[in-house]
Design a protein around this ligand. Sequence first.
Ligand SMILES: *Cc1c(COP(=O)(O)O)cnc(C)c1O
Length: 494
Amino acid sequence: MEILYKSTRDSSKRLTASQAVLQGLSEDGGLFIPTSIPGLDKSLKELSSLDYRGLAYEVMKLFFTDYTEEELKKCIDNAYDDKFDTEEIVPLVEADGAYYIELFHGATIAFKDMALSILPHLMTTAAKKNNISNDIVILTATSGDTGKAALAGFDSVPGTKIIVFYPKGGVSFIQERQMVTQAGENTCVIGINGNFDDAQTAVKKIFSDDAMKAELNAKGYQFSSANSINIGRLFPQVVYYVFSYCKLLSEGKIGEGEKVNIVVPTGNFGNILAAYYAKQIGLPVNKFICASNENKVLFDFFGTGVYDKNRQFNLTNSPSMDILISSNLERLIYLIAGEDSDKTKEFMKNLVSGGKYEITADMKAKLADFEAGFATQDETLARIKSLYDNTGYVLDTHTAVASYVYDKYRKESGDQTKTLIASTASPFKFTPNVMKAIAPDKISDDNFAMADELSKLANVAVPKAIEEIKTAPIKHTKVVDVKDMPDAVRDFLN
Ligand SMILES: *Cc1c(COP(=O)(O)O)cnc(C)c1O
């Protein structure tokens, strides 16, 4: 069945999957969404014999229907290879009665690798399919993590170039090191004299500059963005929920048709939305549990039906979830609004003008599958410690938010349903905070020494990603003023 894509702000729009991958965001500001929901065409039992790549094909073929089998399999093989430090790609670990889906075995030891490993291949294939001969230039402003994951994904992919701007002095030592040591002829990392918002605003301006667009087009380039609203990032994330369920099935931990809960530490709402799509295509899910940190806009939304970003922004120890506008939520809003693009547009307009909107009682009733909770910073660290003390398993701070929320939910509801928890980062990515939780006496300024300590305590080897940046040569040293960012782009492309 061919699946086409429409916009959450214009239901009449029709694009193929590859066109939607190339465009990223719809011109009307909406997000692309499938016009109909496909279903798995094999039983979960049959699928449970497949490895990650095999299963990725069975899931992704449902959404990327204009890619041929050969094209899609090539994208998958290029993405999920020895960039991952385990042959399994996504291991499942049981601790304290829940199953942790370890999504951090890729190049940057965090979950964004799952999608950013394959996006470049989906994009270059899409360009070929749509007779675009221009090279694709990815422009990104980063506050730390996404930039590196995008660099690693696009590193040396033919037909692409990537330019990442980061606030000089505004990212962690490890984050900067990871970026400035990035290999690949097609990569470019530039520090800016300004903060993340300055970088973001300037990138958006470059994107919408028609003269610059024409100038690049003449040189054989076109811009694209790798942000998390692209369907080329969303749907590859559906795979690991199905994969993990199949693993429980083949290990006899659950029976055929048995429902599971899925808990996700949430920021932009991409990862949990992928879980929601997993259910749509046939995965038996009982509850989706949305876990927030102190920036608990989503917790409040699920409780009250009011989305309100007018509040203090907290910098927490789970920084990748420090978000007040969860862009991917727009897709869920559209679905529960009965796929009404006018209504969706209205909500989003209110979000821009007044910083909030309230959904109707009808819409709220359609959210019955969702539970929500949040963890404070102290609760997050306490959860890392108690799980470590009881089981020896060490969580990163983001996963600990999910684990805390789940533990509380389980105690309060008595729900005994088997539960999958998305584990979104390696504890080695956030070593100082993890050490603060389990071995405060070992905290030091030397990140690498702390990683060695953590390795001993957790009984887990220091990941390759950390070992590598210890010695890798620094390749990117350029720092520019915000006003000079367009020229820096021109320089790199010349
Ligand atoms: C991005 C990120 C999240 C949040 O995922 P969303 O898809 O934005 O909800 C959670 N944990 C980590 C470590 C992340 O990098």
